[in-house]
Design a protein around this ligand. Sequence first.
Ligand code: PAF
Length: 285
Amino acid sequence: MLIKKINELREYIRPYKANNETLGLVPTMGALHNGHLSLIKAAKEKCDRVVVSVFVNPIQFGPNEDYNKYPRTLKADYELCMKNGVDAVFSPSPEEMYGAGFILSNDNLTYVCPPYNFTDKLCGKSRVGHFDGVCTVVNKLFNIVQPDFAFFGEKDAQQLIIIKKMVKDLNIPIEIIGCPIVRETGGLALSSRNKYLSENGKKEALLLSKILQNIKKCYKQGIINVDLLKETAFSFLNNNVELEYLEIYDSDTLEEKQEADDNSRAFIACRVEGVRLIDNIKLGE
Ligand code: PAF
């Protein structure tokens, strides 16, 4: 079932809620790939009913980012969801979510703003306001769908950590389930943005996972100094890959430490053919 209106979604979930059936939400921006399917599978295993939201959220894109060009493939996404046992796809318009003639600014909209210590680094550094937009829309989706469980991919690890923090800080009665990164053969983490890459670009992009794998290997061999671990990346880099960041932080708090431990995570962002790609790996797993 495809639902575009908030009140229709509320009507739809009412009998399931009354029946005490567990509800899982998989929030997405569409252009679904196997990474999303792994979230759907996890949701199906854990919940009686599964709702997938498909909404390209304007307030999480910066003015120079790819909001207009972000792939929109609702028909294919809907068919894929139905084929995979999803109960309902919720795909509202921006007007439905933010009001007719919406003007998106802090002057007009109540935002949910995660703490600075979680957003002043990694993707938050170059994408100022991005996580305010993410937390705001995720909160709205939580209030609309009222799931018991919500499923997010570990590829966007900073997003997952921030959403867990928001849920804890705001006492939101929803359990957040993080699901492992799904990779192509060769190691490239699946992302809707991989569509923008040429075949050659995809080969160049393998560098991200190679750098992360090597850092993990070095950690397992006994190197724990974070600067030394980061330096191991230099020999991999070339002119086709523009490094935005490579950092090692705590997996739960995003704190910076001088010595890595099993809960440390290496995070990387690079541009390949102008496409911004991110990846991460937990060192202790
Ligand atoms: O990860 C995404 O696709 C988006 O950031 C999310 C969580 C659906 C919010 O728009």
